[in-house]
Design a protein around this ligand. Structure first.
Ligand SMILES: [Zn+2]
Length: 204
């Protein structure tokens, strides 16, 4: 007599439909990819605690790798004893991403980030946040200078166009002034054209 096979083993018995859906839509990581990576490191006797109850994180114990606590840089928190692939939603773009065990190892042992430093943004948003920071810094260094080399004027014009488009600059007078400087010093550059278009789009 045929029996329905109740014991068919799902490869991921603990993954809910919601988790599977998030895993199918991960922001790809250029170095670590888009898959939970089984490490084969977790022995039968090893226990790894799940995330705290208040956490929305989903973790994958099969990905766990043991930490070398002697390499960690910590102040108030205790050491991390394991790194484990952790599923999160990016707080900037809301897309799901994995904070990979090997990525954590790299953060906390090679780069020696403090173990309190946690990861809340996907790799794409982290890259664009760094771009914003870099451009803001350069903009603030250049904007007060009365004389700029052509290369610096190009950098300033391009930073202003970038920051304006991101909604991070709002002073229309300043936008016009920098556009005028760019027209005088670097006419015909793409950055000047971008500023021209931004100024033209301002409400009259
Ligand atoms: Zn993101």
């Amino acid at each position: 007599m045929a029996r329905t096979s109740k014991k068919t083993k799902s490869p991921s018995p603990h993954r809910s439909a919601r988790t599977l859906e998030r895993l199918a839509n991960l922001v790809p990581h250029p170095r670590y990819g888009t898959e939970v990576v089984p490490s084969g490191r977790l022995g039968a006797d090893d226990l790894i605690s799940g995330p705290p109850e208040w956490s929305k994180d989903v973790t994958f114990p099969e990905s766990a790798i043991p930490a070398d606590v002697s390499k960690q840089n910590f102040s108030t928190m205790s050491h991390l004893h394991w790194y484990v692939d952790t599923l999160r939603d990016c707080r900037v773009c809301n897309r799901p991403f994995l904070f990979f065990a090997r990525e954590q190892q790299y953060w906390y042992e090679t780069l020696r980030f403090r173990v309190e430093a946690d990861c809340h943004e996907c790799v794409e948003c982290r890259a664009s946040l760094r771009t914003v920071q870099r451009r803001r810094k350069r903009y603030s260094e250049l904007v007060g200078e009365r004389e700029l080399t052509d290369a610096d004027m190009l950098a300033l014009a391009s930073d202003v166009a970038f920051l304006w488009t991101k909604g991070l600059l709002r002073d229309e007078q300043r936008l016009r002034r920098i556009r005028n400087r760019a027209r005088r010093q670097i006419p015909g550059s793409a950055a000047t054209r971008a500023l021209d278009e931004l100024v033209a789009s301002l409400p009259k």
